[in-house]
Design a protein around this ligand. Structure first.
Ligand code: NAD
Ligand code: IPM
Ligand code: MN
Length: 363
């Protein structure tokens, strides 16, 4: 079969990790008889440098014309890069937000799973890790604080900045349904995370989640306050199956969850709408501190490509093959710098390209 993939290499480690994911896709194509056609799409700092905009309308059109988009990461060092002297809507991140909104990618799936082979990279104690954990963070991606009204104005002789947090019933209902649908295919447990002890938007969130839950009698569900959830993730991560939450809480909790799997470099993600289209990207950023050194972990991006095969192209066997290859390479003791064992046990340290090559070889 033929598939058209938009490719956003982005900034920092983005181009390095995307190259490895494309290499893996090509190997899958050769083995299973598919053709993947790639269209390069500019987004982020590199797009600002080339066009003055973090994401042009033409780039959005290219994304829309693709069957799916594979992305690396965008942005630079937010204290030192000249991109952050620009107004907020001209910065690299504004491109990503525009893409998510333009394509209505409201459902962000971030699977946090501990590979047996990475137990020694997990910062938690063995008695806390127990039999490991396997959770799916379902993050709402096109509402909340990220897309509310913003302003910075002088009032009474000082600057006052505002960001507003808005959620409508429909926005909450559609993401809640996705969360419960996913739970039905997993261990049938949803933890809905909010801050209903303070926020109106969270109280509405809770009410709508209750309504949706009534349609899924087989799924057990609970509400958890976000501060408690942050703590529970390191106290007992095995308790979670599906974590359902709003945009900002999901952003923060998913970085925390990624670290208990060993590294942000392991956390893949899929951003979906109501069609087969999807945007697939690692959950981490452009890692300016290690960009250009050839040491970034490409696994999150490679696993995001596997999610693309599964969710957008219905190529389950091919996605399984990538996941199995990643597991085999870890089992054979190969590690990038971010997933080195904390007990100093013997492994082979490899760079970005070698890790990609090893995964291709196992396919
Ligand atoms: P970051 O995720 O880029 O980096 C945080 C830490 O994790 C760094 O020490 C980095 O080296 C490490 N890290 C991240 N990915 C790694 C990988 N694949 N392998 C090994 N180590 C890895 O977060 P940050 O430093 O806060 O942000 C840097 C820039 O990235 C900012 O401009 C931010 O806006 C942007 N960002 C972009 C995305 C995205 O494109 N989806 C996501 C998050 C942050
Ligand atoms: C992520 C990133 C983005 C977000 C930034 C770059 C806008 O942190 O995908 O997690 O906050 O959603
Ligand atoms: Mn984030």
């Amino acid at each position: 079969m033929n598939f058209n993939i938009g490719v956003i290499r982005g900034d920092g480690i983005g181009p390095e990790i995307v190259t490895e994911a494309v290499k893996v896709l090509d190997a899958i194509g050769a083995k299973y008889g598919h053709t993947f056609n790639y269209t390069e799409i500019l987004m982020g700092g590199c797009s600002i440098d080339a066009t003055g905009e973090p994401l042009t309308d033409e780039a959005v059109e290219k994304a829309l014309a693709s069957d799916a988009v594979l992305m690396g990461s965008i942005g630079g060092n937010t204290s030192t890069s000249p991109w952050y002297k620009l107004p907020a809507d001209k910065r690299p991140e504004a491109g990503l937000l525009k893409l998510r909104k333009s394509l209505n990618l409201f459902a962000n799936l971030r699977p946090a799973y501990l590979y047996d082979e990475l137990k020694e990279a997990c910062p938690l104690r063995d008695d806390i890790i127990g039999d490991g954990f396997d959770m799916m963070i379902m993050r709402e991606l096109t509402g909340g604080l990220y897309f509310g009204e913003r302003s910075t104005k002088e009032e009474n002789g000082q600057l006052v900045a505002r960001d507003s947090l808005t959620y409508s019933e429909n926005e909450i209902r559609r993401i809640a349904k996705r969360g419960f649908d996913i739970a039905m295919k997993r261990r049938k447990k949803v933890t809905s995370v909010d801050k209903a002890n303070v926020l109106d938007s969270s109280r509405l969130w809770r009410k709508i989640v209750e309504e949706v839950a009534a349609d899924y009698p087989e799924v057990s569900y609970e509400h958890m306050l976000v501060d408690n959830c942050a703590m529970q993730l390191v106290k007992d991560p095995g308790q979670f199956d599906v974590i359902l939450t709003e945009n900002m809480f999901g952003d923060i909790l998913s970085d925390e969850a990624s670290m208990v799997t060993g590294s942000i470099g392991m956390l893949s993600s899929a951003s979906l709408n109501d069609t087969k289209f999807g945007l697939y990207e690692p959950s981490g950023g452009s890692a300016p501190d290690i960009a250009g050194q050839g040491i970034a972990n490409p696994i999150a991006t490679i696993l995001s490509a596997a999610m693309m095969l599964r969710y957008s192209f219905d190529l389950d066997a091919e996605a399984d093959a990538i996941e199995a290859a990643v597991k085999k390479v870890l089992k054979a003791g190969y590690r990038t710098i971010d997933i080195m064992p904390r007990d100093g046990s013997a492994v082979t340290r490899v760079g970005t390209v070698e890790m990609g090559d090893l995964i291709v070889k196992e396919l």
